[in-house]
Design a protein around this ligand. Structure first.
Ligand code: NAD
Length: 729
């Protein structure tokens, strides 16, 4: 076995334990780390020459990032192989208790152990630190210490839910545990989570000095008789203690709609664990951890939010045989809302930008967008200036000379797009890759304006560009591998998450997201209470209700898109049941937030918006006598999206479930706790999905009818991810 923790005994008998996991740029908890730590603990216990230890990192990148989530994959969803004679939960408990017990062994080894933390310590990394008796952190405000497990549906399972409350008090600890928030070294010092903040060069010496000066320091405060919880005793008899959990439970309900297992498990582990001694407390923690791990939710979240996301960012969908094609200078056509944002993120990534619009005023305004955003961020003036210097506003196509990538974001009109495409080709020639940021126009058609359509691709951003993490890359019928590689390399440069989809009306994200809004409109058109529609939308994990989001996008835009689609499709056009609602709102001139009246009313002076009181009467002739239940509304809002996602897969718009899940979560905010629509369908079971869709299609129409692909999968007992794994093998 390779060495993951190097040991070095000094003249004072202090054992320096340097974690340096081979083959990893950042330390993570591997089986080797655990084995080496176990050996070191044994030595501390048995070797009289060893007086104590200092735990530090051999990586400049930081102390330790936590568990190796990829390596833990087999545990999730209860997928671990069961040892004979063990129940599933008992086997899972053993699987997760090992590390917890190991860290308990460290803090009860009888000799003082200090941590010297040179950089970030997150998740399991911080749990290693908390199990030491004394903690010194390098004085660098950029260092983050935290337990962010909840962000991927997990919770700290190596003592974090027990040691943090005992160090900082239950209420502040819950804030960090439930929000996954990080703290700086100074904040950690203030909370008593660490004892010393020192210059980076001195941390090991300081830690050693403490060990040397405290030969009896090998006892944690919670293992002493007089231990008192900061902020008051942890007993159900203490009214403050009880109240914290009443509040915590309510907050969790509000924030996560009671959809997530991990927050509830954290609250339970802290509540129960803090009332008992540490040896029992960590068993309680591991019990809840095993429960969370046994549910598919954590595995789904980790796969999408961590594994698939990282793989996409590292080029999972990039054609392998195309050499790296980083962008040095981008031609940004159109300096409006989108063009300005794309110019900003490009310049921030060190890319030169030529920002072209029809007037100098418009081009300058586009550049001013970056200046404004950087000023709001309070970026140092010289740094901001260097970014701004990379953006050259212009109206002259000759200035595009030397650009090695074009991104077009002019008006959403075929003729205008064709004109600027041809004018650009006249300067750059057809070998440069041309990306269009169109939101609705099929890429294959737009590519006709570029004489080498293999070099034409869709690069679809989301608004506001600087905040939204996803970029949808759209492959037209003739798009070639060089264009895909160039687009993906560019997305990597600007540090966003790409998905790759094939051309179709609305591509993937707009098409599927639209169904959420349309189903909301359909419900409204039937006379459903608007507040019910909106609240259920949020309760199921969507960021906002369908009516609110339509107000944000603009009801006039929905009307225009419907008219354009009608014109394009002719007899093939099938209007949805919500269309009459949009037509009525258009007739009344209600455009949404932009003119302060849509489904909501936006009071002058920025008061809180509220649902337009006349809404149901106006668009549906009044409330329906019989209202659907919340469960019915949820089913319709959810399954209308699921069936459209499945259709995208069946039609080849999507090639992988990973693209589908990432696009849904990061593109339109599909409930992250599901891991995305494809993970969700797999978890529910495809046969069950088909049965629900068949029932909904009977009740509400063909828009719910499952595609043949789902029926075939159900018949085979197949799932999207099993299929993807077979294809990858
Ligand atoms: P916008 O109206 O804010 O900006 C368009 C810009 O293009 C304007 O500054 C306009 O002066 C300029 N322009 C028009 N004709 C031009 C020409 N011939 N040459 C150079 N510049 C010209 O629009 P936007 O919201 O930035 O959208 C731009 C594109 O991005 C559209 O295709 C849109 O569908 C797409 N898109 C928009 C969003 C969004 O949320 N707004 C999201 C994704 C994609």
């Amino acid at each position: 076995m390779t060495t993951a923790i190097h040991t070095e005994l000094d003249a004072d008998g202090i054992l320096l334990l340097t974690i340096d996991v081979p083959g990893q740029s950042m330390n993570v908890i591997t089986p080797e780390v655990q084995a080496d730590l176990a050996a070191a603990i044994e030595r501390l216990k048995t070797d009289d020459a060893v007086k104590g230890a200092v735990l530090t990192s051999g990586k400049a990148s930081g102390f330790m990032a936590g568990a190796d989530l990829k390596g833990m994959g087999a545990l999730f969803g209860g997928g671990a192989a069961l040892p004979e004679g063990k129940s599933k939960m008992a086997a899972l408990f053993d699987g997760v208790f090992g590390l917890n017990k190991l860290l308990r062994d460290l803090e009860t080894c009888g000799k003082p152990v200090a941590a010297a933390v040179n950089g970030l310590a997150l998740g399991g990394g911080l749990e290693f630190v908390l199990a030491c008796h004394y903690r010194v952190v390098a004085d660098n405000p950029k260092i983050t210490l935290g337990l962010p497990e909840i962000m991927v549906g997990l919770f700290p399972g190596a003592g974090g839910t027990q040691r943090l409350p005992r160090l900082m008090g239950i209420q502040p600890a819950l804030m960090y545990l439930l929000q996954g928030k990080n703290m700086s070294p100074q904040e950690a010092l203030g909370f008593g989570v660490v004892q010393e903040v020192a210059p980076a060069a001195d941390i090991v010496a300081r830690a050693k000095a403490w060990v040397k000066a405290n030969p009896n320091g090998g006892v944690q405060p919670w293992d002493t008789k007089n231990f008192k919880f900061p902020g008051g005793p942890a007993t159900a008899l203490n009214p403050n203690f009880a109240q914290i959990f009443v509040g915590g439970t309510a907050m969790t309900h509000v924030n996560a709609g009671d959809n997530m297992n991990a927050p509830r498990a954290i609250l339970s582990a802290v509540y129960e664990g803090c009332q008992v001694p540490m040896d029992l407390a960590i068993r309680i923690e591991s019990k809840y951890f095993a429960k969370v791990v046994a549910d598919p939710q954590a595995g789904n979240m980790i796969r999408s939010l961590f594994v698939s996301k990282q793989a996409a960012e590292k080029g999972a969908r990039r054609p392998k045989d195309v050499p790296p094609a980083p962008t040095k200078k981008v031609a940004m056509l159109g300096a409006g809302l989108m063009g300005a944002g794309i110019a900003m993120v490009s310049a921030q990534a060190g890319i030169e930008v030529v920002l072209l619009d029809t007037t100098m005023e418009a081009a300058e305004k586009g550049k001013a967008y970056t200046a404004d955003r950087l000023a709001k961020k309070k970026m140092p003036a010289d740094k901001a200036q260097a970014i701004l210097d990379r953006i050259k506003p212009t109206t002259d196509y000759a200035d595009l000379a030397g650009c090695d990538l074009v991104i077009e974001a002019v008006f959403e009109t075929r003729e205008i797009k064709a004109r600027v495409t041809q004018a650009t080709e006249a300067v750059l020639g057809p070998n440069v890759i041309f990306g269009s940021n169109t939101s609705t126009l099929p890429i294959t058609g737009l590519a006709e304006a570029w004489s080498k359509p293999e070099n034409f691709i869709g690069i679809h951003f989301f608004s506001p560009v600087e905040k939204m993490p996803l970029v949808e890359i759209i492959v037209g019928k003739k798009t070639g591998p060089a264009a895909i590689a160039k687009a993906l390399d560019y997305v990597a440069q600007i540090r966003k998450t790409p998905i790759v989809v094939n051309d179709s009306r609305g591509f993937y994200t707009s098409r599927c997201f639209g169904t959420y809004v349309q189903e909301g409109l359909a419900l409204l058109g039937e006379g459903t209470t608007p507040a019910l529609i909106e609240n259920v939308g949020k309760q199921m994990g969507m960021p906002v209700g369908p009516l609110a989001v339509n107000d944000e996008v603009g009801l006039d835009l929905s009307y225009k898109v419907a008219q354009q689609t009608k014109a394009d499709l002719g007899d093939d056009y099938k209007g949805g049941p919500g269309e009459a609602v949009i037509e009525k709102m258009h007739e009344l001139g209600r455009q949404g937030r932009k003119n302060a009246k849509g489904f909501y009313v936006y009071p002058e002076g920025g008061g809180k918006k509220f649902l337009w009181p006349d809404l149901v009467q106006t668009v549906a002739g009044g409330l329906a006598a019989s209202q659907p239940s919340a469960a019915d509304v949820k089913e319709r809002l959810l399954y209308r999206q699921l069936v459209e996602c499945a259709r995208c897969f069946a039609e080849g718009v999507l090639e992988t479930p990973q693209d589908g899940d990432l696009g849904a979560i990061f593109g339109w905010g599909f409930a992250p706790f599901t891991g995305g629509p494809f993970s969700h369908m797999d978890t529910v079971g495809i046969a069950n999905v088909v049965a629900t869709l068949d029932r909904l299609a009977q009740q509400h129409g063909a828009r719910f009818a499952p595609p043949q692909l789902l029926r075939d999968m159900a018949a085979r007992g197949d799932s999207f991810y099993a299929q993807a794994a077979r294809r990858a093998a």
